[in-house]
Design a protein around this ligand. Structure first.
Ligand SMILES: Cc1cc2nc3c(=O)[nH]c(=O)nc-3n(C[C@H](O)[C@H](O)[C@H](O)COP(=O)(O)OP(=O)(O)OC[C@H]3O[C@@H](n4cnc5c(N)ncnc54)[C@H](O)[C@@H]3O)c2cc1C
Length: 402
């Protein structure tokens, strides 16, 4: 009761709702900005005690230099129809970070900061009166000038309605045989002869005998664990001749792949970030890098009092065409992506996927791709109301260690 009264009496400049990747990235950057002295509240459902996500990103430099990373790799491979294309990265590296190292580092920093309060509770409602936002949890009510939200269904009541999900399950395995090379990450090794779906394996090696092997399917249906395990077992046998292996960890997730128009700034002084703010690249599922860019934008907005707007740039248009092909022409996807990798420089492809290329770069990339599927997608999107086709029911975002 005493604690509840203390928090109710205190008004915050900013309330950060959700202390996962996006909420913590925001706080990390806020502490390095003009907002460092402001009173800030973080409300997170439950303490982070597990290493629940293997996060990878590519960048010319570490995005979190103060956090120890698991690995940096400089070769990326994509395989389709038994053809392997490996690209050496010259400018970027493919970095890997454990989520627990990230959570621990940022929560430690927050605990040292007097003007940030952390509350572990479930937020159940948000409302706005006289310019103040009221945040209601199961136990207490708080007020703030600004809200930075990364919790689904908190503001956008009709939260999507995804196109489909990137459903994945992975095992960290140890073998007796030497089969992996720790410099190479296999971004996609496409499964052959899969009807009406795209399926691929992702291999993140730690040594020649140890790797994280994940199987991903783009679909609306989440299969049970045994289904994914059987896929991994078959893959290890057919690709590497491996029958026996020890599983030391597992992870799974369902990341939305949709052209839903997420709103970054739905109401005055409320900002959305992370998956709920549309930071997930709809055709790849990668989120971490774009979250960092959104954090910078929000900090600028709060510091200068200007609103941010959700930008629908040309990359959203490209993604829309790809989403159409993933949904309606899945058999074409391995060839399109294999061509993209074969005919272009590795750094250029990764920059394109990170939406950092110039229009001229993109023209060069498109010149090297098969055009017909994209023209067909364009025709169908505009003539057949593709948007409506994508509005199908689905489950919420899940993920983590199992
Ligand atoms: C297993 C896995 C691996 C991934 N790997 C990568 C990768 O390699 N690279 C990449 O770029 N992306 C990756 N992603 C995608 C994306 O980066 C992550 O999903 C990321 O965690 C999304 O960040 P977020 O802050 O939007 O959501 P979250 O990190 O899930 O944070 C939301 C937070 O809100 C809290 N919360 C929920 N409801 C409430 C409530 N009512 N009240 C208070 N708190 C609440 C949750 O406990 C959670 O901590 C991966 C996702 C998964 C699941």
């Amino acid at each position: 009761m005493g604690l509840a009264f203390f928090y109710m009496a205190k008004k915050y400049k900013i309330a950060v709702i959700g202390g996962g990747l996006a909420g913590l990235s925001f706080l990390r950057k806020a502490l390095q900005s003009d907002l460092a002295q402001e009173d800030i509240l973080l409300i997170e459902d439950s303490p982070k005690t597990k290493n629940d996500r293997t996060w990878c990103y590519w960048s010319p430099e570490l995005l979190f230099p103060e956090i120890p990373h698991v690995a940096e790799r400089n070769k990326v491979t994509l395989s389709a129809s038994l053809v392997n294309t490996t690209k050496s990265l010259k400018k970027c590296k493919y970095y890997e970070l454990n989520s627990l190292a990230f959570y621990n580092c940022i929560y430690d920093k927050i605990r040292e900061t007097k003007n940030i309060d952390v509350v572990y509770d479930k937020v159940v409602n948000l409302s706005t009166t006289n310019g103040f936002h009221t945040i209601t949890t199961a136990n207490v009510t708080f007020q703030s000038d600004f809200i930075v939200n990364s919790v689904p269904k908190m503001i956008q009541k009709d939260f999507p309605v995804f196109g489909f999900n990137q459903n994945f399950y992975g095992q960290r395995i140890k073998l007796d045989k030497r089969v992996f090379s720790k410099d190479y990450v296999t971004l996609m090794d496409f499964e052959e002869n899969l009807h009406n779906k795209v399926g691929f394996f992702y291999v993140l090696p730690y040594s020649d005998k140890e790797a994280l092997v994940e199987y991903t399917q783009l679909s609306n249906q989440i299969e049970d664990k045994a289904y994914y395990q059987a896929k991994i077992q078959k893959y290890l046998w057919e690709k590497f001749g491996v029958k026996n292996f020890e599983v030391t960890d597992e992870e799974e997730g369902a990341i939305p792949m949709t052209n839903f128009k997420f709103s970054k700034n739905p109401t005055k002084n409320i900002f959305q970030i992370g998956i709920v703010g549309g930071d997930t690249k709809s055709t790849t599922g990668y989120t971490l890098s774009s979250v960092q860019r959104t954090c910078d934008e929000i900090i600028k907005c709060i510091s200068t009092g200007k609103l941010t707007t959700t930008k629908y740039n040309r990359f959203k248009f490209y993604d829309r065409l790809m989403l159409y092909l993933m949904e309606y022409k899945p058999k074409l996807i391995p060839n399109i992506l294999a061509t993209l990798f074969q005919r272009n420089d590795g750094d250029l492809v990764l920059n394109f996927l990170d939406e950092k290329t110039s229009l001229l770069d993109e023209v060069k990339i498109f010149m090297n791709l098969p055009w017909a599927p994209f023209l067909n997608a364009l025709k169908n999107i505009y003539l057949k109301k593709y948007e409506a086709d994508l509005q199908i029911d689905t489950k919420s975002v899940v993920g983590g260690n199992v």
